[in-house]
Design a binder for this molecule. Sequence first.
Ligand SMILES: [Zn+2]
Length: 403
Amino acid sequence: MINKRQKMIGIIIMLFMLMGMPCSAYGISGETIPVYAVRPNTSKASSSAIKLTWSSANDGSVAYYYVMRRGTKNSRGSGKWKTIAQVKSDRRDGGASNSYIDRLKSAKAQQYEYKICLLSVKDKIDTRESRYAKQTNTCAALGTNIKICIDPGHYGSLNNNYDFSGEDRRYPYSEAKFTIKIGKALKKELKTAYGIDSYMTRTGSSISLVYNKKKYTNEKLDKMNIAVRGYMAAKKNCDFFISLHTNETSRTVDPWNQPKSINKVLVFVNRLAHASSRGMKIANAIGVNLTVYNQKAGVQTAGFVKKSRNSAVNFNDQKNDSLNGSGTVMYRKNSAGTDYYGVLRGASAKMVQGVLVEHAFHATQIVREQAGASSALYENWAACDAYGIAYGFGFVNKQRKLS
Ligand SMILES: [Zn+2]
């Protein structure tokens, strides 16, 4: 006899097995078909085209692939699937992956759900049939014509407390090392949850960017040519730029042992985002969601004050360093009247809206403690950033992700 508990354990193990199964492994015994559908990878091909690529591993047993598309509601597939293209297989397993470019009617932000069904060589099984929907729907993926330039702040192990002493030294932390974690999590979240494509200015410890045939690496980039980080947004055909940071104080006493009450979320908009309702929508949504998360996580008690177009707060050190002050959207200009931050100035110069996000203060122990304890902090921060971006482009309906 199997008791209730054993039954539950069995179900849980089965669920884990299903979750771990790649989508191409589904099959029904008795039918000579290796896969029912293949999950496409989606990317922005141009402002009005989405590129789909998918594995050629089963080409040998596939006569035709059917590119299927449907609309979305709140970033979930919705409505009836339509066949938008038929792609002939070369009938040889492996080789270059298959691809199709979905040309859209306009350049406005669009999101679809895609799946690749097929007609098998043997038995002529057409997996678009409704009886295969359960299997093929698990292989669906979201796609959009939107691409984000993700800029993990700094490089190497900069902005660290490694050489400090006493309380300042507790919970070793480097801003540069942490922003790369947020960046990678953000890239993944944008793609899987919203179908949004992205480019990262760095994926490892060092940063090396090529612009106008010149190469800029680490110090040479950040000390003299930091605007190049922002230029990359245009070079890589991105629709929005986001630079990822954690904040510090201008105070020289206890610089790494500031009270928790200094924590607040500051979202800096560049000149173009400041003048745009979409730019401000993204900035506000990121700020609101990060604030809700930080409060839940016990990182901060301060709230967030939203700002409308052309009315962001002017930056100064007192506001940055204030205790129990709210977070908000800020616009920081330099003496020349353009964006103070080089990365934002670079994006503005190339006509790309952007934000620089100070997620919380690494100057507080609570932030460094949570940053070092698990993946929760950077994963949740990335989820808040991604949600704010998706909200700005109209892919989710509500400003707040968390209640
Ligand atoms: Zn920074």
